[in-house]
Design a protein. Structure first.
Length: 264
């Protein structure tokens, strides 16, 4: 999946921060880069985006038929604005989970700049991307299907996912990031705002669960004065420079400082 804030470039750094335990829990799985690039025995993977979790479950359960059907959307005929917008209308009107999963993948690859965004009514509203030849991720889907046999997928609030943790588990949190400026404060990719109150509450949840015993938590976010304040009770904080993965102009993507906070 193309995904705003995807963690592929940070996986090595994150992996070194994660304690070596049996099960990894991700309350904000997103594109699943950490899941796909770590080797735990089991995973609990959550996201508030129902379409994303629905896609993951279908790829997990019937990858061959899904890949065969999804391939039909990746051809010159479907790489046209009129077709894209009609499929977007059909997607927003449909309650069929299998159809929505096919079109969700199609729109993720054909939509503008790899965004996943919904309006206040819950309608997917990312415009057409105008790519010459969108990539069909067949190899990646097959790998995901194989790796997902170790995973349980859920769609719920992060507090509910935290409540699933047992002694010896590791929790990795990749929440929507705090804004670096007033003009960069859009965090409602799933149609659910994740503001400063939620950011502070997530830090509190990490403190609470780590104090109970042998559960460790790692949280990633922008490196700001405010995030350093809310993560002040972490036992370890690491700052790294990372290139932005989503930007209108690839040549203007600047590196920004990201923070990793470990509660143990």
């Amino acid at each position: 999946m193309k995904w705003a804030g995807g963690k592929y470039s940070l996986c090595d750094v994150i992996s070194k921060m994660l304690p070596n335990e049996r099960r990894l829990i991700e309350p904000f799985v997103g594109a699943g880069s950490v899941f796909l690039n770590t080797d735990f025995d089991e995973y609990i993977l959550n996201d508030i985006n129902q379409d994303l979790i629905n896609l993951y479950k279908i790829v997990q359960e019937k990858p061959d038929s899904f890949i065969e059907d999804a391939r039909k959307f990746f051809n010159p005929e479907h790489n046209q604005a009129e077709i894209y917008y009609q499929l977007r209308i059909d997607f927003n009107a449909s309650k069929d989970s299998y159809f929505r999963s096919l079109v969700f993948l199609y729109m993720n690859r054909h939509g503008y700049n790899g965004l996943c965004r919904y309006n206040k009514k819950g309608g997917y509203n990312v415009p057409f991307g105008k790519y010459k030849r969108p990539y069909f991720p067949e190899a990646e889907l097959n790998y995901f299907a194989e790796k997902s046999q170790k995973a349980t997928f859920v769609c719920e609030g992060y507090r509910q996912t935290f409540a699933r943790a047992e002694q010896g588990d590791v929790i990795y949190c990749d929440p929507p990031y705090v804004p670096l400026s007033k003009t960069a404060s859009f965090t409602s990719y799933a149609g659910n705002g994740f503001g400063l109150d939620e950011q502070a509450d997530l830090a509190t949840a990490a403190e609470e669960v780590s104090e109970k015993g042998t559960i460790s938590v790692v949280i990633s976010n922008h490196d700001t004065i405010w995030t350093r304040k809310i993560y002040e009770h972490a036992v370890k904080i690491k700052s790294v420079k990372v290139a932005r993965t989503i930007s209108q102009n690839a040549t203007k993507r600047k590196k920004v400082a990201e923070l990793l906070a470990l509660y143990k």
